[in-house]
Design a protein around this ligand. Sequence first.
Ligand code: SIN
Ligand code: FE2
Length: 217
Amino acid sequence: MTADLFDGLEAAGPAREPLAPGAMLLRGFARPQETELISAIEAITAQAPFRRMVTPGGHQMSVAMTNCGPVGWVTDRSGYRYDARDPDSGQPWPAMPPLLRQLAEQAATDAGFAAFAPDACLINRYEPGARMSLHQDRDEQDLGAPIVSVSFGLPATFLFGGLKRTDKTQRHRLVHGDVVVWGGPARLAFHGVGPLADGEHAQLGRQRVNLTFRRAR
Ligand code: SIN
Ligand code: FE2
């Protein structure tokens, strides 16, 4: 009886979609607090603006990035690392707002990873055409903690593969408010984002903003 009431919602897609052992897509998980979350992101990017960093190989990334939290992920000619300071300003990264941290902790718990305590939140901005090639998140000391990835703005194609670069990749369309969590046996899964298609999002305009929470240290 109760299940019937939810048939309409189920038809629109289940709220939780297991992607692989240790990996879960939580549809619309961030929607209830979207307004407050977007304001919090805007406050962070006013203090630590988005910038397109350079890889150790000398390529400028198409995705623009910034961070909040005790440490932030950075890349330059000398390598990838976590740094307590914004290299552009020399200042500590903006604090991680409790609202953001709680969202990540709750998503991790819902996906089966209790007691997630992120100390890093990488904020990625994709403009039309920007993409992120297949990679593993392996710059963190604690691979026991999951990755929590929150998407806002324009839809993107998320590529989710296996532990080998050559493993087959699944493609999932991520929309505003979707959250993906991967950890445990999926912690080192290869993942990436296809070139962002142009469009106009009601709240964020011509961009996608992704937050990636990690336990780095
Ligand atoms: C990342 O792997 O850091 C970003 C993933 C995404 O933008 O969805
Ligand atoms: Fe990643």
